[in-house]
Design a protein around this ligand. Structure first.
Ligand SMILES: Cc1ncc(COP(=O)(O)O)c(C=O)c1O
Length: 435
């Protein structure tokens, strides 16, 4: 081939590639194909909320639902929260300090003090709910492809945060037969690799209601020290424990100051989900300094809600005890009703306000959808949360549903009767029998 024909071919190839680029841009413009990141594409809709559009459509048709799917407490937000915000005297709502307003940091210190735990003011950062707290902590601890151990089934949104940070979740399997308590230290250690940075726990656990024993806490401490791991503990359900099980914060573990990071929030204990106030507490000053930069970049957590949260954190601990008694009564109602339903198994929760239930169905997700779409008694139905996304291997939880007991006893009983009927009817549907 001559030099001329070579140049000719290269020119043609160049023109083709330019044409290709121009055309693909034109096609994208023509069809409005705007690109989004691969990172968001790998995220899933929240299993707790993805039925919402269908539920809304059904409500417009006159169907009503008892919601067992979302862990939003129905109890009244304490009046002191509203009073504190109403007493705000300014004529402008300013940004708050990035790390939180001093009275709130002081109130959070006071809350821990009641548990015999001491945090200095620079060891607490106020966040926009515990969701932001988890995101900040993981962002500050992990680089992409680092690994975090999480007992599974787990709180599903945590995994979404990890994916956003390209952090790898390593599930530590736990089982209903052990009431979802942890496996042995040796078992847990098999999941640790040179890339493991942290263990992340929810205590008491969502969705299992497991409250870790003294023995488990000491074991986790030993693992954290031996393998130089952070122990990040989401304690948003602290105090909501049953059967007089002691509720101890991981912050009370000694000789673990650099390892332990506590995540907290007003959402659950004080029935204040929409306030969006949470906190990070840790004695690891280096880590807190770095998290401080993330807090600065988002300017501040909501100012007025922080003022309201001061009042919440200052409430006497007896309030939380009374709240736990209300949930304990509801738990008993739910567990007893569930034990009465043929074909299902429930692991009795020790804390938080969820029951994780084994159904007889291969796809609890299909059952949840059927309840919304087809099932009703006098135009009333239920919404349950399928549990498959609470596991790293969805097959593990494909037959499970999570039920939140965040209704008064009358509504709970009505909802559980509906569930009983739904399970009966769906069993027939599965067998191809018309109902
Ligand atoms: C274990 C756990 N952590 C965090 C959250 C989110 O809490 P927040 O409202 O403080 O962001 C929830 C909400 O259900 C939860 O169950």
């Amino acid at each position: 081939m001559t030099r001329h024909s070579n140049i000719h071919i290269i020119s043609i190839l160049y023109l083709i590639s330019v044409f290709d680029t121009v055309m693909s841009i034109k096609i994208k413009k023509m069809w409005c194909i705007m690109q989004v990141s691969k990172r968001v594409l790998q995220l899933k809709d929240s299993p707790l909320r993805k039925l919402t559009p269908l539920i809304e459509a059904k409500k417009k048709e006159g169907k009503t639902f008892i919601h067992f799917n979302i862990g939003q407490p129905d109890l009244e937000t304490p009046q002191c929260f509203f009073d504190a915000i109403q007493n705000f005297k300014g004529n402008n709502v300013p940004y708050a300090p990035s790390l939180g307003i001093p009275p709130l940091i002081e109130a959070i210190q006071g809350y821990f003090k009641h548990q015999g735990i001491s945090f200095k003011s620079n060891e607490i950062i106020v966040t926009t709910g515990s969701s932001e707290a988890i995101f900040f902590v993981m962002n500050a601890i992990c680089d992409p492809f680092d690994e975090v151990l999480i007992p599974e089934p787990y709180y599903v949104n945590t995994v979404s945060f990890m994916k956003q940070l390209d952090v790898v979740v390593k599930g530590i399997p736990t089982y209903a037969s052990d009431r979802y308590h942890l496996p042995s230290m040796q078992d847990i250690e098999t999941h640790i690799t040179p890339r493991t940075k942290a263990m992340l726990l929810t205590h008491p656990n969502n969705p299992t209601g497991t409250v870790y024993s003294e023995y488990e806490m000491e074991m986790l401490k030993e693992i954290a020290i031996k393998h130089h791991l952070y122990l990040v503990v989401d304690e948003v359900y602290t105090g909501i424990v049953y059967d007089q099980i002691p509720s101890r914060s991981f912050a009370s573990l000694e000789d673990l100051d650099d390892h332990v990071v506590i995540i907290d929030s007003v959402s659950k204990r004080y029935s204040s989900c929409g306030a969006r106030i949470g906190a990070i507490a840790s004695r690891n000053h280096n880590l807190m300094k770095e998290i401080g930069k993330l807090a600065q970049a988002r300017l501040s957590a909501p100012t007025l809600e922080q003022i309201g949260a001061v009042a919440l954190y200052n409430i006497a601990p007896s309030f939380i005890k009374k709240t736990a008694e209300i949930y304990e009564c509801r738990r008993n109602v739910m567990v007893n009703a569930l034990k009465d339903i043929e074909g299902i198994h429930v692991s009795v929760p020790e804390g938080a306000f969820y029951c994780l239930v084994d159904t007889p169905f291969h796809s609890a997700e299909a059952f949840a959808l059927w309840c919304v779409e087809h099932f009703h008694v006098n135009h009333e139905s239920i919404v349950v949360a399928p549990a498959q996304d609470f596991y790293s291997n969805p097959k593990s939880g494909a037959h499970q549903i999570r039920l939140a007991f965040v209704h008064d006893v009358v509504v709970l009983e009505k909802g559980l009767n509906l569930l009983k009927e739904a399970i009966k009817q769906y069993t027939f549907v599965q067998k191809g029998i018309n109902v």
